[in-house]
Design a binder for this molecule. Sequence first.
Ligand code: NAI
Ligand code: NA
Length: 399
Amino acid sequence: MIIQPRTRGFICITTHPEGTAKNVHNQIEYVKSKNITEEGPKKVLVIGASTGFGLSSRITAAFGYNAATIGVFFEKPAAERKPGTAGWYNTAAFEKEALEAGLYAKSINGDAFSDEIKQQTIDLIKKDLGQVDLVVYSLASPRRNHPKTGVAYSSVLKPIGESFTNKTVDFHTANVTDITINPIESQEEIDNTVAVMGGEDWKFWIEDLKAAGVLAEGVKTVAYSYIGPELTHRIYKDGTIGMAKNDLEKTVPTINNLLADLNGVSYVSVNKALVTQSSSAIPVVPLYVSLLYKVMKEKGIHEGTIEQMERLFSERLYTANGNVPLDENGRIRIDDWEMREDVQKEVDDLWKIVTSENIHEISDIKGYSDEFFQLFGFNYDGIDYEADTNELVEVPSIK
Ligand code: NAI
Ligand code: NA
């Protein structure tokens, strides 16, 4: 079928299999070009492996370190005349290239919050790998069904206390407006967001993996967080999602205890703000990211998910001397370039003056929009989007 981009609200509801394959291929080529020589992970489980940071983590492990990877995610398979989700096609492309390179790669599609998918994952590790030495936790979800109580939680993206007014952009139209986001109405909204995006499910995973004996001596596990600048604090760091991220951080000592007898260790890595399906849903953030991209590209320090994950692995998790550099709160920081004083000063100055009239000039809104559509396989050179393409692409390991 011929597949062209179609949007509903801020999301893109179509996906192009050849374009998503190109995205995956470009990421693989990037990692291979780094010629990593240090020892790294060998058998890796990535939870949230199909898009964003999780996909780039999987690609880095596989093509940077020749690791065997198992990926868990929640995606919609391709059907006749109904394209699959981007993460489905990403995984199809990833597995194909991994198999061609002689690398083990299998995937599990289902609800990672459930006991059932955890058990399926454990069974697969036992059958094929025995144990894993790295567990990447990269879920981003608006909902979670609690596996023990059956309660369905929904997260919210809201400030706490007063309402929050700031600039925002509709990146489809480049229209800059003020937006006022109403604060939470009850503590319950914080609790629900923590239940979805906090650390409990990460802990459940590690508990179950450990109890099943599938974690190797010296295992590492890492989950991802974000902090960002003052201007997004009310909606991010100090908002409901920030409370969930605090909870994620508080899970680190608990997991470290669980892993102590294996000499294992857990980390939260604070990553850079980037265009992903999840971040485009947060008000104010896309405008900030557009300005940030402009400034970081001008300084030659721009990174996408793959550059971030390659740096996380080679310069943080698996350094030559084995030391993992941490901040004063025990976190890995790969948002270090985003948070540089000169970068933030310039973004701040631009933030004050940005309007619908000057946005194309002073921000990288075009880069934002291009990258957003690239997440769905559109906007790639060398692909004929008028031509028929086969929408029925399979993930080799999923029957
Ligand atoms: P994403 O939306 O690109 O990826 C989310 C992944 O989770 C996908 O693989 C999806 O299939 C999977 N998933 C969602 N619900 C699931 C479920 N119930 N069962 C199984 N898999 C499920 O998100 P992104 O942006 O890569 O986020 C990953 C982590 O990185 C999150 O913790 C996020 O807060 C964090 N982060 C994101 C930043 C950004 O700017 N995008 C910045 C810093 C941290
Ligand atoms: Na991810």
